[in-house]
Design a protein around this ligand. Sequence first.
Ligand code: GDP
Length: 308
Amino acid sequence: MRVTALAGGTGAAKFLRGLTSCMNPRDLTVIGNTGDDTEIWGLHVSPDLDTLTYALTGRLDVARGWGLADDTFRALAAMGVLGGETWFRLGDRDLATHIYRSRALRAGVSLTGVTNAIGQALGLRIRLLPMSDDGVKTRIQTPDGWMSFQNYFVREKARARTIGIEYAGAEKAVPAPGVLDAIRTTNAVIVCPSNPITSIGPILSVPGIRAALMETNAIVLAISPIVGSAAVSGPAGELMSACGLPVSPVGVARTYTPWLDLLVIDRRDIKQTHAVLELGAEPVVTDTVMTDHASETALARLVLETLA
Ligand code: GDP
């Protein structure tokens, strides 16, 4: 079975690690969010693409959920001595990825091309595509004005009250080569357990992607990142509230219908099955919190069995 997944960073990385141990990675295409991409120290940083690449090649610092395992932060400390920006933490070995990417982009290579080159060099066995080669910037509106996603999330630690969200540049962006085909010509599309507003939202904002999800003959399944009435991690709950959505699997279903066929929800949300069904998605109830390799694999196996 060929699978195409839409993915953010940390939650997606856990699920996809499980998925690649249950299926041939060559049959998996992952479309990654680049709405969080940012420039730090003049370098192009793609946090979600890197989290996925590092996780699926066994390099991710699993405890932090970002960056390389066993990395050091001596360049960051040196930057601090110079009075430079240190709120966005870049590890020493991680820096090589950002320098490599930035140089390639400056030389005219597309983000698709450089993402592929990094994946090849690190032994990534899936096909990882950025959602677009064009810049789409997730911006958060707070009572003090608009800020970039990384300013909101990393520098301000997601403490500012959110009153609006936009995907700047989306209207002019085009899907990266291969993205629409990967949705149209696959057997199944999986929307990973990722932030619906700042990880999946930017992907859906790229013109043509929603239409491809509507048109595809593939089964479309999502895994709810909301368990009970909260996100498992990160600011998804606050951001969904700010968008007027209930912080629940029903809120997730509302974001993804009408193109969603199946929604995997946690056992503790079993009371919501009826409401999910009413929105047009068939609920699949299981344990969805992944805490180790066994739980990542169990969720992935259940998803593949459901799709089959
Ligand atoms: P973030 O919100 O910026 O951290 O962006 P991500 O898209 O990487 O978000 C992680 C999302 O995955 C969050 O909304 C979490 O609730 C969700 N998540 C993380 N771990 C798990 C898990 O083990 N199970 C489920 N169902 N969701 C998870």
